[in-house]
Design a protein around this ligand. Structure first.
Ligand SMILES: Nc1ncnc2c1ncn2[C@@H]1O[C@H](COP(=O)(O)OP(=O)(O)OP(=O)(O)O)[C@@H](O)[C@H]1O
Ligand SMILES: [Mg+2]
Length: 270
């Protein structure tokens, strides 16, 4: 067998957009006596960018980890493409087409973009050649996927440790979509990025959604990223949904007010 890796395949832009790709409803989860959520819900459709916002400790990262199979949950429904997801491990989630980019990105700084993209799943040579990495083929595929994501200018050969925060974020996102582009979950992709680097990430995320992916993004950058670069906002407070908005209909101030609370849960998401 010449390869161990799948070709990057574009998501299907004609996918059924009425049914959510991923749907978590009334999820509860405790860590011992700490209740991380009391009934959290979030869903994402093909072609949609959903922001998950909330104060520190609201449960956003934990919910992401439940979606990604890192944690189980106590009760509620976790469906994928309309069926119970039955995700028990991160590899179950990956096999289903759910990819997650965590905040620490998990890139190897001393390796270049190609090596990072294919880390742990390199294209390998035939048995005859041993498991020699087919570098040239990896480069071609890396270039293909980066071009599709409009990141054709990224260096393939510079160690990623020598790249900017925005470029590193983009490589981490590229790695996530290289294999299973149905749903991508990003935990704080614009944290610590300059305004222009965050805008580049916004454009990249919109490119992915336009290609038919569902995207869920945890973000604290409400006034710029959340209201300008996403389609829907789910606000979490104390482990439950406090509000839902359509991003184009809401101001940053309204989202912040919902995040800090006091009012009844609102739903303006339609
Ligand atoms: N492994 C764990 N063991 C025990 N408690 C945990 C664990 N992971 C998270 N928690 C608790 O669950 C709650 C939600 O944490 P989580 O990290 O999901 O918050 P968050 O919304 O991502 O916050 P932040 O904006 O600070 O990243 C917190 O009370 C946290 O202490
Ligand atoms: Mg978090």
């Amino acid at each position: 067998m010449p390869t161990t890796a799948a070709m990057p395949r574009p998501a299907n832009p004609a996918a059924d957009r009425t049914q959510p790709l991923i749907s978590m409803r009334r999820i509860t989860k405790s860590f011992g006596s700490v209740q991380a959520f009391r009934g959290a819900s979030v869903e994402a459709h093909a072609g949609e960018i959903v922001a998950l916002v909330g104060d520190n400790g609201a449960g956003k990262s934990t919910l992401v980890k439940v979606m990604a199979g890192v944690f189980g949950f106590d009760s509620g429904d976790h469906d994928f493409e309309g069926r119970p997801a039955n995700i028990r491990t991160p590899s179950d989630a990956t096999a289903m087409g759910i990819q997650t980019v965590y905040q620490d990105l998990a890139l190897c700084n001393n390796l270049d973009a190609v090596q990072n993209l294919f880390l742990g799943r390199e294209l390998t040579g035939s048995r005859w050649w041993g498991r020699r990495i087919r570098r040239a083929e990896c480069e071609v595929r890396a270039r293909e996927v980066l071009t599709r994501m409009r990141l054709g200018n990224l260096s393939l050969t510079r160690p990623v440790g020598a790249m900017s925060g925005g470029q590193r974020q983009n490589i981490a996102i590229a790695r996530s979509i290289l294999w299973t582009p149905k749903v991508v979950i990003l935990d704080e992709p614009t944290a610590a990025l300059s305004h222009s680097a965050a805008e580049q990430v916004s454009r990249l995320v919109r490119t992915l959604a336009d290609q038919g992916l569902g995207v869920v993004i945890v973000s604290h950058d409400i006034h710029h990223f959340v209201v300008n670069a996403t389609d829907r906002v789910e606000v979490m407070r104390l482990g439950a949904n406090a509000a839902s908005f359509r991003s184009r209909d809401v101001t940053g101030e309204q989202v912040v007010n919902a995040r800090v609370g006091g009012n009844e849960a609102v739903n303006l998401a339609g």
